[in-house]
Ligand binder design. Structure first.
Ligand SMILES: Nc1nc2c(ncn2[C@@H]2O[C@H](COP(=O)(O)OP(=O)(O)OP(=O)(O)O)[C@@H](O)[C@H]2O)c(=O)[nH]1
Ligand SMILES: [Mg+2]
Length: 505
């Protein structure tokens, strides 16, 4: 496997409503980059990203998957996140680590609850967005309506770079107003024919091109001057302006795809490889301990762990981003949380469950390792004597709580053990024993989140569990006489305080 330099790396997170097509898009991206030579399908349960048994059981993504592809000599790391809002923990972590969100929209539904929820996470983490208008081959697809809805929810910064010519079941052609060309795809998608814009579309394409030029020029004074002088910008100047606009979250470009038929995916990757910010171009994660770190290859090495997963036959897999310097196989680093030495005996790049060993990895890249002793999500590993701790990921707080119990009393202890593992894989489960209620309480994001927990107990650990409403804690009620006594005592207290204050004046 090739070793990529920092400036050859791009990191993106696929976010959006459940079923909008993120996993299908990821599959097409891997295919386009030559990482796989056959595209799987979520319905056939053979995609690279949804490889967990639970994902195949539920028919949707449950965990974020770490994948990569290649385009124009750049390695594009892709974090495919689940769209169900109950699983938002991995959306937040993925946005914080990648710094660019691809918001996938099902154009037959427009903006959905999950689109808005993902948008809120992107706002909170201050992450730039690219909109991917997907499923343009649907009978009910409606590009204009989806665009209007995105503009009402996300503002006028949602800017058309591409629009479909023939959206609907025979969808094949996209007009690109950055390149001012039409891309026409065959039935199997892939490489398009690049054609001149047809006569009938020239006026519309010209107007949208001008809108895009203005949106790009607005981001830098020099570009604005050029635009006033020449009345236009070159493709490179537009790219420069668009990149600045994206970084400032003033421009959210819109791209068109039919992920299922691999239409528009290659061009989207090309745009990411050309315009998406390199890791050093996004704001550096702050530290809460140690020196200020720069995302540079020449710095001392440090990595930030954003995900832990447990897989049968492998054990614990630790996913990280290299935050500075270069890491190599066999490197010893210190976990700043507990002071333990950890050896990176093997480092891998990951495409779902397939891991490829690499000898080194540089600042900005995303990879994984195995067999660490005691390093979980939110840990920083750095050199001895250069202990650093990055700001932890701000996971969303719980929205519901429930008491959990083994159906068979003999399994009670095992339930506790399993929960303490699961909460490392999904930190939005919070587990604790309430001494007051004498119940084991799980806090989570919602009913779906709890269904997932039940599935894991049933299918992975084969332990029968039941959920119960937490007991209501017993509190003494205050009698009327006692209330009166407390009121009189408070009044006397206040009067005494007032006196003492006056005395000191
Ligand atoms: N017709 C059509 N179907 C699509 C397209 N993209 C995805 N689908 C289908 O939409 C369904 C959901 O696709 P996924 O890729 O699993 O969607 P997702 O966004 O990953 O869903 P979650 O993991 O639940 O968030 C599947 O049946 C796909 O085959 C598309 O461009 N056109
Ligand atoms: Mg998915």
């Amino acid at each position: 496997m090739k070793v990529y330099k920092s400036d050859q790396i791009r990191n993106i997170a696929l976010i959006g409503n459940a079923g909008s097509g993120k996993t299908t898009l990821a599959e097409a991206m891997l295919f386009e980059g030559g990482v796989i030579n056959r595209r799987g399908d979520v319905n056939s349960k053979n995609t690279v990203s949804d490889y967990n048994a639970i994902e195949q059981g539920f028919g949707n993504s449950v965990f974020s998957s770490v994948l990569y592809t290649e385009c124009n000599e750049k390695k594009i790391n892709i974090l495919d996140t689940p769209g169900m809002d109950d699983l938002c923990g991995s959306v937040v972590a993925s946005l914080e680590v990648t710094g660019l969100g691809l918001m996938v929209i099902n154009t037959s539904n427009g903006v959905e609850a999950g689109t808005e929820a993902a948008g809120r996470h992107a706002d909170k983490t201050n992450t730039p967005l690219v909109f991917v208008f997907n499923q343009l081959d649907h009978e009910n697809t409606n590009f204009d309506q989806a665009l209007d809805q995105c503009r009402s929810s996300f503002g006028k910064k949602v800017t058309v770079v591409q629009y479909p010519v023939d959206a609907g079941p025979g969808f094949s052609s996209i007009i690109d107003v950055l390149k001012m060309k039409m891309f026409k795809y065959g039935p199997d998608g892939g490489k398009p024919e690049i054609l001149d814009i047809p006569e009938s579309e020239i006026e519309k394409a010209g107007e949208l091109h001008n809108e895009l030029v203005e949106m790009a020029a607005e981001n830098e004074e020099a570009l604005m001057e050029l635009y006033f002088d020449k009345g236009s910008l070159t493709e490179d100047e537009m790219r420069q302006g668009m990149k600045l606009g994206m970084l400032q979250r003033d421009l959210f470009p819109v791209f068109c795809t039919c992920a299922k038929k691999n239409i528009g995916v290659g061009r989207l990757l090309e745009f990411i490889s050309n315009i998406a910010p390199a890791p050093a171009e996004i704001p550096m994660r702050k530290v809460i301990k140690g020196r200020e770190v720069k995302m540079e290859e020449g710095e001392k090495p440090s990595i930030f762990v954003f995900k832990t997963s447990i897989e049968s036959h492998v054990g614990e897999i630790t996913y990280f981003k290299v935050m500075s310097g270069k890491i190599t196989e066999g490197l010893d680093l210190i976990n700043s949380k507990n002071g333990n030495k950890e050896r990176l005996s093997q480092i891998f790049v990951s495409a779902g469950k397939n891991r490829t060993k690499v000898t080194e990895m540089v600042a900005g890249d995303i990879g994984c390792t195995v067999k660490l002793k005691d390093t979980k999500y939110n840990s920083t590993l750095s050199e001895k004597g250069d202990e650093i701790e990055f700001v932890p990921i701000d996971y969303p707080g719980p929205r519901i709580d429930i008491a959990i119990k083994a159906v068979n009393d003999a399994d009670d202890e095992k339930v506790g053990e399993v929960l303490s593992r699961i909460k490392y894989e999904d930190p939005t489960y919070i587990v604790g024993y309430s001494k007051e209620l004498k119940q084991l309480i799980v806090k989570g994001q919602g009913e779906y989140h709890l269904n997932i927990l039940k599935w894991i107990f049933d299918n992975v650990y084969k332990i029968d569990i039941e959920f119960k409403t937490p007991k209501i804690p017993y509190r003494e009620t205050i009698t009327k006489a006692e209330q009166n006594r407390l009121i009189t005592a408070t009044k006397n207290n206040r009067a005494e305080q007032g006196n003492s204050e006056r005395c000191t004046c």
